[in-house]
Design a protein around this ligand. Structure first.
Ligand code: SF4
Length: 450
């Protein structure tokens, strides 16, 4: 049985950790209704292993007692909140106890900066050593690399953790200067560069030696906040592309900003988190990683933000209608990936099927193509099967038929919230009273406080 004070720390620190999405968290909503167990209270989230397995993690901060004062953060030093810190021993005990009870398979350990970056990183290493060396815990562990920590400490943490992440938080130097003046881009990129170098060296050694040491085997990730500043989707996507290219990140996570603090440089406290904008950035990120798109193709200087009515690939197709329709039987793999409604799997199936026999229109659905989108952009065996010619406005009406009239409610007491820094309110009308929980946010069920 865990000590009550440890349970209280767990409650506070798992609550504080919920804004960090850099572990692919999908905060569970299973509540205890008088039965056994309560995953929500224990801060259990999930991530996906390289082999596709879903792994449950204990997601917690080591401490919320921060010396920094980042404007957007609930744990900033100027906030009057309950401050607690785990000892390394306490975290190791919780992880082992939870693991034995089958609640979790791993740990996601983030932290505020307590005392200084070195002291915090030393405590993270101490926790890792207890878990790996004393408890012989070989489950998945993701830890934060604290910017400003000594490279030797980052190296030690990297040898014990599976994944590390440095949260870049904002895409430009200017935004960091305004909202997190104690951080700077160089300080954030330094540990990222060190982790990349470490991973590259180990990969090289693996080719030469049978028993090469391990270093961050599951790679590194980062998180960017969306909507806390005026930064456009274009700056966020360009920053993400650079991070993928220069630091071989496994993932960039985008986190719709939930206003937790009031401040002159922040969106109003009632502002809804820009969940749809976050969703569009995830779609665009997918296009960068798997569809061979470049950021500059998806957003231009004339179009700095994604159209919220259409996904980024459809939008790209609208801007490049002169490249369509594409012949399914002759287009190369890269071109097939550009067709709306054709995914990576269906493009591969098309390539495979074409080696056996020419593809007929009736085959396309069986190959996994979403025909209601794709048919306007393809020809099959020289024939076009869309009901109308390619023309942007007509296609937009077909792809996103909007109702002409909206049912008004006598009881709709909510109102649109101005969005002072993000430029626009990116959500549909607020729908309910209350603040969004993590799980609701992920499901697109954001709520607004009035
Ligand atoms: S350093 Fe991290 S925990 Fe501390 S205020 Fe900034 S974002 Fe929050």
């Amino acid at each position: 049985m865990l000590d009550t004070s440890i349970m209280e720390k767990l409650r506070v620190l798992t609550e504080s950790a919920k804004y960090d999405v850099s572990c692919a968290s999908s905060g569970t909503q299973t509540k205890n209704k008088g039965g056994l167990g309560n995953a929500t209270a224990a801060g259990i989230c999930h991530t996906w292993a390289a082999d596709g397995r879903c792994v449950s993690l204990l997601k917690t901060l080591l401490t919320n007692d921060c010396i920094f004062d980042c404007a957007y953060c609930a744990n900033r030093s100027s906030n009057d909140i309950k401050r607690v810190s785990f000892t390394a021993e306490e975290i190791a005990t919780i992880v082992v106890e939870f693991y034995r009870r089958n609640y979790i398979e791993g740990l996601f350990l983030s932290s505020a900066i307590e005392v200084n970056p070195n002291a915090t990183t030393e405590k993270i290493i101490q926790t890792l050593k207890l878990l790996r060396n004393r408890e012989r815990f070989y489950g998945y562990i993701h830890v934060k690399a604290i910017p400003g920590a000594d490279p030797e400490l980052i190296r030690q943490a990297g040898e014990l953790a599976d994944r590390m992440s440095v949260n870049i938080e904002l895409p430009t130097e200017e935004s960091l200067r305004i909202l997190a003046p104690q951080k700077n881009v160089q300080k954030l990129l330094l540990p990222m560069a060190q982790i990349k170098k470490g991973i590259d060296e180990v990969n090289e050694d693996r080719g030469k030696y049978k028993f090469a040491a391990k270093f961050v085997p599951a790679g590194q990730s980062t998180q960017m906040i969306v909507g806390a500043t005026r930064d456009s989707d274009r700056s966020i996507l360009f920053a993400a592309e650079n991070l993928y290219k220069n630091f071989s990140l496994k993932r960039v996570y985008y986190s719709a900003y939930v206003p937790v603090n009031a401040g002159a440089n922040l969106p109003a406290i009632q502002t809804a988190p820009p969940l749809l904008r976050e969703h569009r950035l995830y779609q665009a990120d997918w296009l960068l990683r798997y569809y061979k798109f470049e950021a500059k193709e998806l957003l231009t200087e004339q179009e700095m933000n994604f159209d919220l009515d259409f996904d980024p690939k459809m939008n790209w197709a609208f801007r490049n209608l002169d490249r369509f329709p594409i012949e399914i039987n002759t287009a190369d793999y890269g071109l097939l990936l550009r067709i709306p409604g054709v995914g990576v799997q269906s493009a591969r199936r098309i390539m495979h099927q074409r080696k056996i026999s020419p593809i007929k229109y009736e085959d396309l659905k069986k190959l996994g193509i979403v025909m209601k989108r794709a048919k306007y952009f393809i020809v099959c065996g020289g024939k076009f099967f869309g009901e109308r010619n390619l023309e942007v406005e007509g296609l937009k009406r077909i792809m996103n038929p909007k109702p002409m009239y909206e049912q008004l409610s006598l009881f709709n007491l909510t109102k649109e919230v101005p969005y002072p820094l993000g430029g626009r309110n990116l959500l549909p009308k607020p729908v309910e009273v209350g603040s969004p929980t993590d799980g609701q946010a992920k499901l697109g069920l954001g709520r607004v406080i009035f």
